[in-house]
Design a protein around this ligand. Structure first.
Ligand SMILES: Nc1ncnc2c1ncn2[C@@H]1O[C@H](COP(=O)(O)OP(=O)(O)O)[C@@H](O)[C@H]1O
Ligand SMILES: [Mg+2]
Length: 264
């Protein structure tokens, strides 16, 4: 379980995260939405402790990781997390096998002879088979995303962090990545934290959705309640985003289930 209390993180001359609190239960899919530049990536980087918060607590199974400084401790903490960043490209010079087993080498004591089995299992999870010897240049955009997700979950994280997993993708690949996240959630039953400006994605996938606005969460609600929120920031963001929702539906995408809740 991850509990965040009064998290703050600013950069020189710029207030970003002022006061964030939330509780993410094991197995939850927790999404943070908000326009670009609101601090969504900063939030994810604080949880992974790639950034050190200015103040507040990040409790991971009761242990506060917000103030840790020791590199060994931080390495231990980061093992809890797998991540899929938008720009999180594969290592181009490495094969798929080497990419997916990367975390096994650096994060675990699993013996090398077990890697082929684990890599094949993780590739099967994302719907790939016999691609171990290929290089990223030989893969489609969708396959690269699949391999990146296989890599993210290879070392058995407790929680997976997605930063804008569908940004910049065409509608068909967006659909595929969405299904992939759903299947990782359902098959691995691990906690997922997703940050995105794609409302539709967040409403479709999440058990809780938070809106990041001016450094605080304007709301943390299940999707069906989120879409009915009276918060002006949320209303405005949902209105602006509805153009994007229609675009997705026009390409044969599925409507967000939370969206139905709002129109009922
Ligand atoms: N390492 C950094 N140093 C200084 N400013 C940063 C740094 N990282 C992010 N910022 C600033 O913090 C704000 C929030 O950034 P970010 O978390 O990337 O937003 P989002 O992911 O919601 O688009 C932006 O104004 C960005 O320029
Ligand atoms: Mg970002």
């Amino acid at each position: 379980m991850i509990e965040i209390k009064n998290l703050a993180k600013n950069f020189p001359g710029r207030e970003v995260l002022r006061d964030l609190s939330c509780r993410i239960e094991d197995g939850d899919t927790f999404s943070v939405i908000g326009p670009s530049g609101t601090g969504k990536s900063t939030f994810i980087k604080c949880i992974m402790r790639l950034l050190k918060p200015d103040s507040g607590q990040i409790l991971v199974d009761g242990e506060d990781i917000a103030a840790l400084d020791d590199e060994f401790e931080l390495a231990r903490i980061r093992r809890n997390f797998g991540y899929l960043f938008q720009e999180g490209a594969l290592f181009d010079s490495l094969t798929v096998f080497e990419n997916v087993s990367f975390g096994l080498r650096y994060l675990t004591d699993i013996p090398r002879e077990d890697y082929p089995r684990i890599v094949a299992e993780k590739l099967a999870l994302v719907g790939l088979d016999k691609v171990e010897d290929l290089k990223p240049a030989e893969l489609s955009v969708g396959m690269k995303k699949r391999v990146a997700l296989a890599r993210a979950v290879a070392a058995g994280p407790k929680c997976i962090l997605y930063d804008e997993p569908t940004t910049g993708l065409d509608p068909v690949t967006t659909e595929m990545v969405t299904d992939l996240i759903v299947s990782a959630r359902d098959q691995l039953k691990i906690t997922s934290i997703l940050v995105t400006h794609d409302v539709n994605l967040a409403l479709h996938l999440s058990s809780q959705v938070a809106m990041l606005d001016k450094g605080v969460f304007a709301a943390v609600e299940p999707p069906d309640r989120f879409v009915k929120s009276e918060s002006p920031a949320i209303k405005e963001f949902l209105e602006i985003s509805s153009a994007g929702v229609n675009g997705r539906e026009g390409h044969g995408g599925r409507p967000a289930h939370g969206g139905h809740g709002g129109r009922r």
